[in-house]
Design a protein around this ligand. Sequence first.
Ligand SMILES: Cc1ncc(COP(=O)(O)O)c(C=O)c1O
Length: 399
Amino acid sequence: MTFDVDRIRKDFPAVGEGIAYFDGPGGTQVPRQVAEAIARTMTSGISNRGTVTASERRAEDVVAGARQAVADLLGCDPGGVVFGRSMSQLTYDVSRALAKEWGPDDEVVVTRLDHDGNIRPWVHAAEAARARVRWLGFDRETAELGVDDIRAELSPRTKLVAVTGASNVLGTRPDITAIAEAVHEVGTLLYVDGVHLTPHAPVDVAALGADFYACSPYKFFGPHHGVVVAARELLERIQPDKLLPASDEVPERFELGTLPYELLAGTTAAIDYIAGLASDAGDRRTRVLESMRAVEEYEDALFERLLEGLRAIDGVTLYGNPARRTPTAFFSVAGRENREVYEHLAAAGVNAPASSFYAIEASRWLGLGDGGAVRAGLAPYTSADDVERLLAGVAEVAK
Ligand SMILES: Cc1ncc(COP(=O)(O)O)c(C=O)c1O
């Protein structure tokens, strides 16, 4: 089965309305199948989790189904899948739980390439524990993050390294496997922000070597909540704050309050949808991997055209040029405020916002202050025509 963008676009009611959506890195559009699964869960008789009534068992099944779906998406143990409100909230929770064991002699490493969701929780946790934060920059020309630079920050004092699987503005995909090797050599933990990587590449958490891997289903066709996964044995060693009557089991003890069952059903539907993007044979994990390889190939080819087109427009500055990247362009136009470009494109039905997109350290590091630049990100529903519309809009505003 091949990747057929026309077929895919028909599943997205919003895409049919004529807008070219390049704001997927902020949250993708949603296919009908996901919205229907959410509605079905809310109208089919659902109670709080339990084992006596059918509606209680339905809630149990929804949770178990979503853990298995995430395991199939990321190649991890369903027993190590933790759900929460957002990646940011989960990362704060994990950081505070881990920092209970940190002290003034300890260090954490964060990078300026990361979204603030994988920086500030660690900075705040380190502050509370009086531990030291070591900051890592990236190459301002290429936007590459050097493995050796990370290695240079490591020591027996390092408690954790937080690094992104892919930059949500520059697209850089650091070599996580090599970073994990370096991190594990000093016997410490690696927390990978997979929010921007997961929608664009096949992911195998074990092969990456991530001890924690966080992602957000709303970036890959699902509803708004967050996920963090880790090996069960690792989660067993961590004691988060929790309510007294709440389960002390793993992963439940990390999940504060009642889970959003309808959203979890939506996430299962989103992963089923991904599995069917370009594959119809084999188990769900196999289909996910095959489909995500096809997504990567499709997006890479389209992104080549986008980059080539942007480079050909006088006055456009593109930030970063990493060798391995997601299809995400970050750019500005000479003589124009980023906001003007954003508004001009919006008036032409092209959604490509301007911001730092919470990668505020990266924006500052690049000399862009807190304002960032214009971002255009591809999604599996992006068509070649969408790309031409974006390029025409940028060319017009650059005149
Ligand atoms: C790379 C990256 N990390 C983390 C986040 C934060 O995710 P959430 O909204 O689930 O907290 C985002 C959201 O834009 C992101 O792009």
